[in-house]
Design a protein around this ligand. Structure first.
Ligand code: SAM
Ligand code: SF4
Length: 504
């Protein structure tokens, strides 16, 4: 962490600069308030502004909410105030309209595609003490395990043999696993796996925040997205939930994406862990983060994740979530994020149950994990043979295999995509955003999604999946606009004659 202190000084300079832009808001505070909360007011998360929206009764007005929804169809995004108004929707009719608009916007930008991936946990060692996580250092009931390079490669090979093309590497924060050359070697080994032309083509990483220099090194390993969830944007809650370890530092984590972008990592993924504080506050915090990145770098987050608290071994805040979010509110969160940042991918994990996942696909989700395990080394073991809870980070709601999820997607009318073309064609960062913001991404993504799905059907699908999915595939192909259909058909012919990794 050589540049750690240098980066810290830089961050504090950013805070000081951002004070200028906060001046107007600051003058609204009493002197005591100013002194009491001065640390968090230096961040771009403006708690006062968010709270004022949450208290503003005029944002409950149904006519205003409907007006925003009518405008949202243009897929140009929403302001923070408009997002706050939509989070306040309570009338069932307006709520239906919200879900309908989110569905339309999702279709404009992402069509019916759903990109699939799986996490690969390589260590559950951690020096932090997050009250909601089974990996927290004071959890002596957890069996600690970290994988060797051979074991990581073995887990990745299993995922390749299931048909996965994208992996999200995940670990707790620990000096033992923090050596970047170890992560680099793991990534190198994973990218080299080749199973009859099938391989991992995009490796995303979710590890603790790094300094700029280390982010540069991480980028040099050829990662796709750097992902890190702020957990809660509410400062007091953040402090309570992270009692010790490096994660106590709110600012260091909040500016992780700035450092990653400064280091040249084009695609960053943000998220909040829903259930720690009031969900409306959390959503507005998350959107503030997205807007801040977009305004500073001209690139918003590549993805937004919406993890919701799940039970976790010996983790008090997960067993009794302080602000548990019900399913309907959760659906509202996803729909509002989709309308507020139409160009950003929304990731939904297997934390959620299959039925709810199906419902959420329609209101804006564009990427999903499938066949996941959250314990290091658990792809190798059958679920029955291991005491999974003694090693895992939290419990999952969807235990279906990749094949079952793929089949179900097609039954629901969604096109499973294993595409990784943008990343490998250098369509990352602003180049990807430009295509996504102008809703032109579909012209490239659709043929790529079809070709990668065909690879899956030919190489990995069970007979049962082939029966439903082949018919779905043919209907999709027939429904394509003529020029796209021609292009796609040519790619499919190549796949059928044995070529792999065919993309635009
Ligand atoms: N340790 C790193 C960190 O905290 O940034 C890497 C990611 S951690 C292994 C992955 C994510 O899991 C966390 O950022 C958190 O949002 C989520 N998580 C932790 N406990 C959870 C729980 N009980 N239910 C759902 N998600 C949880
Ligand atoms: Fe460690 Fe991350 Fe779990 Fe916190 S969320 S205890 S940092 S693994």
């Amino acid at each position: 962490m050589c540049w750690y202190f240098y980066d810290k000084i830089k961050i504090h300079m950013v805070y000081l600069l951002s004070l200028t832009s906060l001046k107007k808001t600051e003058s609204n505070f009493s002197k005591e308030e100013n002194l009491k909360g001065c640390e968090q007011k230096m961040y771009f998360i403006d708690e006062c502004k968010i709270n004022s929206f949450l208290e503003d009764k005029s944002l409950n007005d149904e006519h205003f909410q409907v007006e925003i929804l009518d405008k949202a169809r243009e897929a140009k995004g929403l302001s923070l105030r408009e997002s706050a108004a939509l989070l306040n929707i309570s009338s069932p009719e307006v709520l239906d309209k919200l879900f309908q608009k989110a569905k339309e916007v999702k279709e404009i930008i992402y069509g019916n595609r759903l990109v699939l991936f799986a996490p690969l946990y390589f260590s559950n060692l951690c020096v932090n003490n997050c009250l909601y996580c089974a990996f927290r250092k004071d959890n002596h009931k957890l069996q600690r395990k970290y994988l060797t390079l051979d074991e990581i490669e073995e887990e990745a090979r299993i995922l390749v043999q299931q048909g996965q093309k994208r992996i999200l590497l995940v670990a707790g924060e620990h000096p033992k696993m923090a050596a970047l050359n170890f992560i680099g070697e793991a990534i190198n080994r994973i990218y080299k796996i080749n199973y009859s032309g099938n391989n991992i083509r995009r490796l995303n990483v979710n590890v603790a925040p790094l300094c700029v220099e280390d982010f540069r090194t991480l980028k040099s390993f050829g990662i796709g997205t750097y992902q890190c969830f702020h957990e809660t944007y509410h400062y007091e809650t953040y402090k309570k939930m992270h009692p010790d370890g490096p994660k106590t530092d709110y600012g260091w984590r909040l500016y992780a994406m700035d450092r990653a972008l400064q280091a040249g990592i084009d695609d960053v993924g943000i998220g909040a862990l829903f259930g720690l504080t009031n969900y409306k506050f959390e959503t507005l915090g998350l959107l503030s983060h997205a807007f801040d990145l977009d305004s500073k770098y001209g690139v918003g987050p590549h993805t937004i994740s919406v993890p919701r608290l799940e039970p976790a071994l010996n983790a008090p805040a997960a067993i009794n979530p302080p602000h548990a979010v019900d399913d309907l509110s959760f659906k509202k969160i996803v729909a509002v994020i989709r309308l507020a940042v139409p160009y950003t991918g929304i990731i939904l994990s297997t934390r959620e149950r299959a039925e709810l996942r199906r419902e959420l696909f329609s209101v804006g989700v564009s990427q999903i994990s499938a066949g996941s395990r959250t314990a290091p080394g658990s792809y190798k073991e059958s679920r029955e043979s291991m005491d999974e809870h003694s090693l895992e980070q939290f419990q999952l709601g969807d235990h279906r295999s990749l094949d079952e999820v793929v089949r179900d997607c097609t039954i629901q009318g969604y096109l499973p995509s294993f595409c990784t073309a943008c990343y490998r064609s250098n369509r990352t960062g602003d180049r990807f955003m430009e295509l996504a913001k102008s809703a032109n991404i579909g012209k490239i993504c659709l043929p790529n999604a079809m070709a990668t799905f065909k690879e899956y059907l030919n190489d990995f699908a069970s007979e049962e999946t082939k029966v439903t999915a082949n018919k779905f595939f043919q209907d999709e192909l027939n429904g394509l606009e003529e020029t796209i259909k021609k292009k796609t058909s040519r790619m499919i012919e190549q796949v059928d004659s044995g070529a792999r990794d065919v993309y635009l």
